[in-house]
Design a protein. Structure first.
Length: 127
């Protein structure tokens, strides 16, 4: 079974890079650029994981987190951030994000985080 992932970022090149890193995992990665587009996608398709860039043209990762929490089902939110530090990581986790993915992306870290997030979501749905 393939898990569906939504990536919300204003940088399409990041979505291409992430998609290439995840191609051997059973994942389908959809990309949107704005919070508004993410809301539409979440209403149209079922996702297990949502990845949100920290800053968006029409909001930020916390707006995405609130949007996801308003959806039915259990979805994990992963935040990407180019200036990630311990303080931001701690804040993101304390506010409900599943994990933080620092940029530039490390393929091993990307694959580990996505695999664990998708497994966790499937476990919560089955349990």
């Amino acid at each position: 079974m393939r898990s569906r992932v939504l990536y919300v970022t204003g940088h399409p090149e990041d979505a291409v890079q992430l998609s290439q890193m995840l191609q051997s995992l059973p994942l389908v990665l959809d990309h949107v650029s704005t919070l508004e587009q993410a809301q539409t996608q979440l209403q149209e398709k079922d996702y297990e994981v949502v990845v949100a860039e920290a800053a968006l043209a029409d909001g930020n990762w916390l707006d995405v987190l609130h949007l996801v929490r308003a959806q039915p089902g259990e979805l994990e939110v992963i935040v990407t951030y180019r200036q990630a530090d311990g303080g931001f990581w701690d804040k993101a986790l304390n506010l409900g994000a599943y994990d933080l993915l620092a940029q530039p992306f490390s393929e091993a870290e990307v694959r580990r985080i996505f695999y664990n997030a998708c497994c966790r979501t499937q476990y919560m749905v089955a349990g």
